[in-house]
Design a protein. Structure first.
Ligand code: GLV
Ligand code: MN
Ligand code: MN
Length: 415
């Protein structure tokens, strides 16, 4: 049994120091992929890894690995990590808690002199959030082989700079891109600690969640074209208003998600641009995104099909044209039963109350799960708030999660 305590100071300082790399200080945390603050945060993590005696590796899309070598480095390693990029005006825990917890778990194992056969790697996955390039989980998607060299040219930010151009400008060796992909058995197991981002643990009064499945996201970008006309002189019956058509879709997304046969279906329209965006012009064009998720792929497929067929009805009813692109349609991922029972046993032995649960938020683990057995440890989010400047998780809860994580990693590293 591993009895060493995680250091509350290390966890607190790690999260607070990382939070200094923030482009919206005073208005939540914003750290967008490959901006100055994100690049500085990467250097901070690499320095921390080196100070902790780890070897630092980085692949051609910027996934960072801190290597704590095992007694038999030829065995497939154990991974633990998360992300350090954020949505706009986010909190300081989403992603960062998992990175700092992985570093602290490695430090505990190393300082306690615990022997482990397998290498343990902490990981910072590149851009879990879709904030800059509209596509989530760039680093872990590439590790799973679902983002390839040829795709980099097609993925652009709002300044029309492609991911390829950005990576080249920063000196990443794109000739080595094919080396990123992992195959089955390259990694023995992976466990990610994350804040829950919902209120289930808080409501149950339990400090730990063990995740059974992670919902998979589908993201669709929709453009509706109507006719831009004068708001005063165009009679109601002859208008072709792109925004009223979009509004029907917004409500359809909500109705389909609420009425689905799965309690885990969620649908959101969180981004919309209206042209010309003038109080006295009928909107001629609207672009918006749909985020649809479920832990049951078959139900998500059904909802998506029903949604897309409603576009045709709205087109003919309102005379608009609707174009859409399905940007990603990702599978949910099941966590590994063996790892989950092991985490459960650790909790039982330590008399820690836990809850087996579904993650409605997605995580890099959905892609890691494509080539390795995975699990996730959740710690409570106050009020269930996340993607919000007021996101909060007590450091004591992260400490407890880190201790369970450290013991899990050590157990797996000796299998
Ligand atoms: C990840 O941040 C998500 O949107 O679930
Ligand atoms: Mn997030
Ligand atoms: Mn996250």
């Amino acid at each position: 049994m591993f009895t060493m305590n995680a250091s509350l100071e290390n966890i607190k300082n790690g999260i607070n120091e990382l939070d200094q790399f923030n482009s919206t200080k005073g208005q939540g945390t914003t750290r967008i992929l490959f901006t100055d603050v994100e690049l500085e945060a990467r250097e901070y993590i690499k320095d921390k890894m080196k100070m902790n005696g780890l070897t630092v590796e980085e692949d051609a899309i910027g996934n960072i690995f801190g290597v704590l070598e095992g007694q038999d480095p030829k065995l497939p390693p154990i991974w633990s990590g998360s992300h350090i990029d954020t949505v706009k005006h986010a909190g300081k825990f989403d992603g960062m808690a998992g990175v700092i917890a992985a570093l602290e778990a490695q430090r505990m194992i190393k300082e306690a002199g615990m022997k482990h056969k397998r290498t343990i790697k902490s990981v910072v996955f590149t851009s879990e959030e879709p904030t800059r390039f509209g596509l989530c989980c760039l680093g872990s998607r590439a590790l799973a082989g679902e983002l390839q060299r040829k795709d980099l040219r097609e993925i652009c930010d709002e300044d029309e700079e492609s991911l390829e151009q950005v990576l080249e400008r920063l000196g990443y060796d794109l000739n080595a891109f094919h080396l990123i992909k992992k195959s089955n058995h390259d990694v023995y197991a992976s466990v990610e600690l994350h804040i829950e981002q919902g209120a289930v643990l808080e409501q149950l009064g339990k400090p730990i969640g063990i995740v059974d499945a992670i919902a998979g996201p589908s993201n669709i970008t929709v453009t509706i074209e109507g006719v831009q006309e004068h708001a005063g002189s165009t009679p109601m019956p002859i208008r072709v208003d792109a925004l009223t058509a979009a509004s029907e879709i917004v409500l359809k997304v909500e109705a389909l998600a609420k009425g689905s046969s799965s309690e885990h279906t969620v649908g959101t329209v969180g981004f919309m641009e209206v042209y010309p965006n003038a109080s006295n012009a009928i909107p001629g064009k609207v672009t918006f995104t749909i985020d649809l998720r479920d832990s049951d792929m078959a139900v998500k497929e059904e909802v998506l099909q029903e949604l897309l067929s409603s576009f045709k009805e709205i087109e003919s009813k309102r005379q608009v044209s609707i174009h859409y692109v399905v940007d990603n349609h990702d599978q949910p991922m099941h966590c590994d039963n063996h790892i989950n029972s092991m985490i459960e046993k650790i909790c039982l032995r330590k008399s820690i109350d836990y809850n087996r649960m579904i993650s409605g938020a997605y995580h890099d683990s959905i892609f890691v799960g494509k080539f390795a057995p995975i699990s996730m440890i959740f710690v409570p989010s106050q009020g269930g708030l996340s993607h919000n400047p007021n996101e909060w998780t007590d450091f004591e809860d992260i400490k407890l999660g880190t201790e369970i994580l450290a013991e899990s990693l050590l157990t797996l590293a000796n299998e």
